[in-house]
Write a protein that binds this ligand. Structure first.
Ligand SMILES: [Zn+2]
Ligand SMILES: [Zn+2]
Length: 367
């Protein structure tokens, strides 16, 4: 079959809307007709070259749509199901899958950076030439093929424009608090960086009945938004006294939990300065993998726990439907996160707005 997709042909160039061919489904494949796809900062990193992937590639990893067809042996979903794509499909039986760390699943980490599906091949071509899959999802397209473990059925009561963002930004933020750190009710929580992921860490902290929820961001509008998402206090780090401000809000000790979701050196340094002795830091953001980040050694002392989380310890088949239900019950905000809706043809304008730091999430709507 043929379908249209946004293709990255060269780093630094705009995406091109092209017609591609999808191979027939293999066993275990799920063909999804995409209805919505969110623009995530990680896509931009590939376009700008700070994250290297083989080209040409179809980006996008925050997608929702309808199952069009399934390959042999697929049991978890059927045609007509509404699904969110998981960008962390897993084999279920490797060293890491058996140790409850599917984010490190060995076939996933072997083939994902090569732009391949979990079987080490691709399904997409352009006039016979191989086109790569981004993070086994490639959702900036009318159709995608994902493995069964990447197709997560959800209740039908939610719009695709809101459902899609659960697939990355929402899961990453809420999951870091609820699943990874398992924040205890009454705790003090600081969130550094209040973009889409940080706001979801804030609303995750509210779901866990945290006591103080302190939002840290240099942008006043973002701090205000964080208050709407459940923060109890907001701190501007621009004056360099953020760690002191957080300590003064937490009886001089520092926060019980600090979630870093800004992705810069200052934020990583602040995260360990702002946590109390014995507290827990969860790093969600990232800098370039070859960049070095210096820390004041004393800030690392005091029995602090520092963990990295890429996908909020997601178990998508458990967590995506749960987040949908929490949204439908009014406890998780999604509409407020989608600040722009565009057509596939306008995707480059959407990424340009991201570069300018506008809005929270832009979602591509597909017919
Ligand atoms: Zn993402
Ligand atoms: Zn595995």
């Amino acid at each position: 079959m043929q379908f249209r997709a946004a293709v990255l042909n060269r780093v630094g160039e705009p995406l091109a809307i092209e017609t591609l061919t999808m191979a027939p489904l293999a066993a275990g494949d799920v063909l999804v007709r995409l209805k919505a796809s969110g623009l995530c900062h990680t896509d931009l990193e590939v376009m700008q070259g700070s994250l290297a992937y083989p080209l040409p590639i179809v980006l996008g990893h925050e997608g929702a749509g309808i199952v069009e067809a399934v390959g042999a042996d697929v049991k978890a979903v059927k045609p007509g199901d509404h699904v969110i794509c998981s960008w962390n499909p897993r084999c279920g039986h490797c060293f890491y899958c058996e140790r409850d760390l599917p984010i490190l699943c060995e076939p996933f980490t072997r083939f994902q950076p090569k732009g391949l599906l979990m079987d080490g091949t691709t399904r997409m071509t352009r006039e016979g030439e191989r086109v790569h899959h981004y993070s086994v999802t490639s959702t900036h397209a009318e159709y995608t093929v994902v493995p069964e473990s990447g197709a997560i059925a959800i209740p039908k009561g939610i719009g695709f424009d809101l459902a899609c963002i659960i697939g990355c930004g929402v899961m990453t933020g809420i999951g870091a608090v609820v699943r990874k750190a398992q924040v205890v009710a009454g705790s003090s929580v600081a969130v550094i960086g209040c973009g889409a992921v940080g706001l979801n860490a804030v609303q995750g902290a509210r779901l866990r009945d945290a006591g103080k929820i302190i939002a840290i961001d240099p942008d006043g509008a973002r701090r205000e938004r964080a208050m709407q998402f459940g923060a109890t206090h907001a701190v501007d780090p621009s004056d360099g006294e953020a760690a002191e401000a957080i300590r003064s809000l937490t009886a001089g000790r520092g926060a019980d939990y600090v979630f870093e979701s800004a992705g810069n050196r200052a934020a990583f340094r602040l995260s360990v300065e702002a946590v109390r002795p014995g507290g827990e830091v969860v790093w969600l953001g990232k800098v370039n993998v070859n960049e070095e980040v210096p820390f004041r050694w004393g800030a690392l002392m005091g029995e602090k726990k520092i963990v990295r989380s890429s996908y909020g310890a997601a178990e998508p088949r458990r967590d995506f439907p749960w987040i949908v239900e929490e949204h439908l019950a009014g406890r998780v905000k999604l509409s407020e996160l989608v600040t722009s809706r565009i057509r596939l043809e306008d995707i480059n304008a959407g990424f340009a707005a991201m570069v300018r730091g506008e809005g929270l999430r832009t979602v591509v709507l597909l017919p």
